[in-house]
Design a protein around this ligand. Sequence first.
Ligand code: FAD
Length: 496
Amino acid sequence: MGCHKLLLSELKMWTSGRSGWISRLHYGISWRGKASFSSCSPKVCIVGGGPAGFYTAQHLIKARQDAEVDIYERLPVPFGLVRFGVAPDHPEVKNVINTFTQTAKHSRCSFYGNVNVGKDVSVEELQQAYHAVVLSYGAEGNRRMGVPGEDLAGVHSAKDFVGWYNGQPSCRELRPDLNCETAVILGQGNVALDVARILLSPIDILKKTDITQPALEALAESQVRRVLIVGRRGPMQVACTIKELREMVNLPGARPEMVVADFEGVTEALKDLPRPRKRLTELMLKTALEIPGEKEQERRNKASHIWGFRFFRSPVEVLADPDRSRAAGIRLAVNKLEGSGEAARAVLTGEVEDVTCGLVISSIGYKSLPIDPSVPFDSRKAIVPNSMGRVQQAAGVYCSGWLKTGPTGVIGTTMNNSFDTAQSLVEDMNSGTLDVSTGKPGSQSISTLLEKRGVKPVTFADWEKIDNVEIKRGEASGKPREKLLTVEEMLQVART
Ligand code: FAD
């Protein structure tokens, strides 16, 4: 009853803002072209169209047969880091896009790209329009090293470097100078290994991937022959996984170069390591210490490129060339470990070591940023403070993905934490903790606001036009796709 009354008053509001809404409602077809649902149904909006956004939507739609879910995404294209983070030579990882597409095409789900929440529309406005708001906008900032010389030319964050070779519009202008022999990557996680692999991969491998054309051309001309992957702690604390390490070990045209002394005591410690860590460490030991068989030795002899871990080192300063115009090296502090296992701490020894290099890439982590002052934000942990995905001190606001947990874990981890958040939301609806008994306008009122502000959302059907154009462009050069590199180009194709 209450819901019906509200519906009438909302209709008055909407007709003043959106001509034609009544007639569309009358015919049971919403303006977005999907079957319309009762304005009494729970309406949820999700901020961010990456894995967390899509997995949250998937679980909500499945768990509540009446829920309507709208996904707002800042860029005109969906899928977040699956498009802009996952390495181009890992196409199998991108298969999750098929599941996300099914979710986006569900009759109770809609995608609105090109909507920057916090700028085009506030979280408070979303709260007024929806019963619940789920923040899933990822971790788009990067942690700084905090050392002198960090802003010199030739120093990049892995976030920007990855964004550059993956076609992130904001990284298009990066144009890293690869005219140097040695690159130093700070950090030893999977992203660091992705970057090392892309820097050293034979161009014939890369040209069959969806790497951008400008990156492909720059890498084809690259003079980088040696990549050092530097970590504060030792071989038993590296943050990469065995798959990524194995890819380095087997990288065509590249051979490993390790410091044998770094592995002192590691063989003895193997037996106490948990299984995944043990397998990873065994592979590292084999690579660093074992005399290779004949075939492998021959392969290594022919290799023109070198990669290696450098352990027990922290950046102190990026050293400039004589003109002070660009990076020419990096000063590393030599550490020793206190304690053992995952909890071991790197402690300075007072010694330093300089490494000559023309490219420095810091891969020491991503971090979430606040997008709206009305949302609580823990600046120290760089997450939205939450309990099981319920944002603290903000009723009706939830979070999932990297914004909820911090930037750790793979897509599978993100899936689980997003399902958990969706489950918390469903439980709150079912228990009445979240009131869904009164109607909410959902996307209808938000579209009116966006229209007034000159923002034209990109629908999922519009994205499919972009997708088709990219795939067609890729066919010409034997690539799975040739990505559009600017927002303008994407919007132009979306609107044809
Ligand atoms: P994101 O993927 O970052 O999605 C967030 C979305 O929110 C983005 O689309 C963004 O545009 C949008 N957004 C941001 N701000 C706003 C705003 N104000 N309004 C609206 N929308 C907004 N995992 C694997 O399993 N395999 C891999 O090979 C792999 N490779 C990776 C490589 C790199 C370089 C990185 C960084 C991560 C990789 N991961 C990989 C991890 C995986 O990408 C993450 O687990 C996952 O993307 C996190 O999902 P998310 O939705 O929280 O964040």
